[in-house]
Design a binder for this molecule. Structure first.
Ligand SMILES: [Zn+2]
Length: 74
């Protein structure tokens, strides 16, 4: 499971199972079958896995949007 990290932690790890690389991409997605239209899930990915995660989601016909991960404080 993902532990909720407090603001201020500088690095974010890739969401891909087993990957400990720094995430540089944010993958925003939604499962239309279980999420209402205003829900968004966000995965984060390193360079090596952003395409894997995007393909994984788009193969399921989930709406996917990929953005560069910004480090701006929430
Ligand atoms: Zn990764």
């Amino acid at each position: 499971m993902t532990a909720s990290t407090s603001a201020g932690s500088a690095r974010v790890e890739c969401s891909r199972a087993g990957c400990r690389d720094d995430a540089v991409w944010a993958v925003h997605w939604r499962n239309p079958r279980i999420h209402s239209a205003d829900r968004r899930k966000t995965w984060v990915a390193c360079d090596a896995h952003v395409s894997y995660l995007r393909e994984f989601l788009s193969a399921r016909d989930f709406p996917v949007r990929v953005e560069a991960l910004s480090n701006e404080p929430a």
